[in-house]
Design a protein around this ligand. Structure first.
Ligand SMILES: *[C@@H]1O[C@H](CO)[C@@H](O)[C@H](O)[C@H]1NC(C)=O
Length: 253
């Protein structure tokens, strides 16, 4: 009995003295998860600054999200009760805010591959987002020390949601060399190889709870439907989505 009480006391003391960190999210993504990074990339052509973006969110004005309301990452985060992480490029971001809320590195136009979305001029690729995360880690280590940082980053949740742009703003566009160097199968294999390396890198940096999103039926987005005279979904593009989905299951399963 005595022993149990001592243990309970020790845990209680540790939580007081140790200043337990909160569980937060780090989000890597594209326009489906961007919460304002591109807004701060002044030369980027991928901007959610037109009217109607944000009409069902906050004050109803464009806020950097490529949607009328919440992003998919917002919705999933809200359902798990975790705070919504602020955009990495938000000038008001501080180390205290990161410890409380995590960070969102997602950038409209960004892809798994470096070259994806090149014609948007500025966007953060997944590799770039991971580099920025490494900078965030250094900042937090300086603030709370190695040991507490390791625990903080291992207990955090990581969302990786990219891939659509690698098709829509790369492989399916004849201006990119990937569109003639690969076929559907070899391109998906190339994407999976790259993504696997990136997930391993995040794991090496301490990520333990990784959530990797698949792709929606990309052939049904307006940008694809205008390519057919009838306005129908693009079958080839939807096939690519399912191919990606299937391969992703092999990599993450
Ligand atoms: C992609 O860019 C990163 C820097 O962000 C670089 O380290 C890496 O070598 C590049 N990969 C390829 C395949 O060009």
């Amino acid at each position: 009995m005595m022993k149990l009480e001592l243990v309970a006391l020790a845990i209680w003391m540790a939580s007081i003295l140790g200043g337990e960190c909160k569980v937060v999210q780090f989000i890597f993504g594209d326009s489906l998860s961007d919460v304002g990074n591109n807004m701060h990339l002044s030369k980027s052509l991928a901007q959610a600054s037109l009217p109607w973006y944000g009409i069902d969110f906050g004050n109803g004005l464009p806020n950097g999200r490529f949607t009328n309301g919440r992003t998919v990452a917002d919705i999933i985060g809200d359902s798990t009760g975790l705070p919504r992480p602020p955009a990495f490029l938000d000038p008001s971001l501080t180390d205290d805010l990161i410890l409380e809320n995590g960070v969102n590195y997602a950038s409209g136009g960004g892809g798994i591959l470096n070259e994806t979305g090149g014609y948007f001029i500025q966007r953060l690729s997944l590799n770039k987002q991971i580099e920025l995360f490494q900078g965030t880690q250094r900042m937090i280590i300086n603030k709370i020390g190695e040991e507490k940082s390791r625990k903080f980053f291992q207990e955090s949740q990581y969302v990786v949601a990219l891939g659509s742009n690698d098709f829509i703003n790369n492989y399916l566009m004849p201006v990119y060399s990937d569109s003639w160097k690969y076929n559907d199968q070899t391109f998906i294999a190339y994407l999976m190889d790259t993504l696997e390396g990136q997930l391993r890198k995040l794991h090496g940096l301490g990520a333990r709870e990784l959530i990797v999103f698949g792709l929606g039926p990309m052939g049904c987005i307006p940008l694809q439907r205008v390519l057919s005279t009838t306005g129908e979904c693009q079958e080839k593009t939807n096939k690519a989505s399912s191919g990606f989905q299937w391969s992703l299951k092999q990599v993450t399963g």
